[in-house]
Design a protein. Sequence first.
Length: 254
Amino acid sequence: MAKIVVFNQKGGVGKTTTTLNLAALLARRGRTPLVIDLDPQAHLSAISGVTASDGRDSLYAFYQDTKPLGQLVRDGNSGCPVIPSHLDLSKVDTQFGKGPQALYRLHAGIVKENLNTERPILMDACPMLGVLSLNGIFACDRVLIPISADYLAINGALQVDKTLRALERVLKKPPMKRFVITRFDTRRKMSWDIDKKLRERFGAEMCETRITENVSLGESPAQNCDVFKHAPQSRGAADYTALLDELEAAGFLL
């Protein structure tokens, strides 16, 4: 099954929202993924109801104490097992450097415990190119890049693409990429202009599905749940259903 990292070097583009809702929908379809929160802000962990009391209960223990990943898995409230994050994860960059051993550490942990044999893995990466996000990229075989529909996000998308192309020289197998537009407002001409520019730039790597600006997507995290539990008939739920259908049809989850 696929190992997918949801990544963008720009914050506020919907990485956590995308990871949460794709994971929840996969679980509802009987393909429950393992979710790994790689962001020290731990928003995904909090929404999933698996807040770590300290670093020893989080992914940080894997890096600091070489604790097996399987011992850190907790049941999330969206029906998915979650390896939670903690603010202590922000120390990883300074503690372990950026050598090959550090960058492949998460990959090695997943392989050692066969965590990816029967289920997909979704990783929510932090919005910064450091050891944690690189661990996600080096561990994955798919990268999903959410891009919010604003002009600053175009530069962010180009930077991510440049970064991933540079990493292709050192990755054993370059991951498949898909870009998806989020926070899309059909009423704004700017949204359509950005959509056109991104499709001209990234072509077939752009998802046809757009995640539209939707109240339910904003409300559901405040309720500590995914949009399918909060508002299953909403436009947000419909958009993420369409996105997962598109990714499955493209072989992105295999």
